[in-house]
Write a protein that binds this ligand. Structure first.
Ligand code: SF4
Length: 202
């Protein structure tokens, strides 16, 4: 059993990602669970579901193996990726997982990493306890409608979702539009503290 790295996400294009089961690894009672894009489309295929569970199980059973395999997939002497996305599906599992994500960024300084999260407390707690986010690891806090509170005392950049009908009042006017083509955009890999991006809801 080895960690499955995805290179077939149409939005990410050429940028690889590692993915985990949505909902199971997301924050409890997250407001987007009932309408999660990672439960639709290709994510409904059994082989895709199995690969996400497989990745999760490897992490639970042997976290060192999990992160070593992710690192080896990104940079192994033959292949070296400049950009990597944590979790097109899923979220940071726990504090230890986040520390692993930070260490991978420290160990691979020539790769730029991106992770969206709604598990704000894991990141906030890491910093609160003296941790430092490496400059090549870009964390974006994910909002969801006007009623969901984003606990963001350290001013991480924020991603908003534009709903068709309502609940768009919290989207700041300065938020950049998502083009839907990461390989040719990369703005989320360059987003800075206090900035924002907005996605149209799938
Ligand atoms: S704004 Fe650009 S980099 Fe960010 S998710 Fe959209 S296409 Fe990808």
């Amino acid at each position: 059993m080895s960690v499955k790295i995805s290179t077939t996400n149409s939005k990410l294009g050429l940028i690889p990602s590692v993915n985990l089961p949505p909902v199971l690894t997301c924050r409890r009672n997250c407001p987007c669970a009932k309408d999660c894009y990672a439960l639709k489309g290709r994510y409904r295929f059994q082989n895709v579901k199995d690969s996400l569970i497989n990745n999760y199980q490897i992490y639970l059973e042997n976290s060192e193996k999990y992160f070593a395999e992710v690192k080896n997939a990104i940079n192994n002497g033959m292949v070296s990726y400049s950009y990597f996305r944590w979790h097109a599906a899923g979220d940071f599992v726990d504090d230890k997982y986040f520390e692993g994500v930070v260490k991978v960024a420290v160990d691979l300084p020539n790769t730029s990493f991106l992770a969206f999260t709604k598990k704000f407390e894991i990141v906030n707690e890491f910093i609160h306890n003296g941790g430092t986010i490496p400059s090549n690891l870009h964390i974006v806090f994910s909002a969801w409608g006007d009623d969901f509170t984003v606990d963001n005392p350290f001013h991480f950049p924020t991603a908003y979702v534009r709903f068709k009908d309502d609940e768009n009042k919290s989207i700041p006017t300065y938020a950049s539009e998502c083009s839907g083509d990461c390989t040719n955009c990369l703005q989320c890999w360059n987003i800075k503290s206090g900035q924002a991006v907005v996605f149209n809801k799938h």
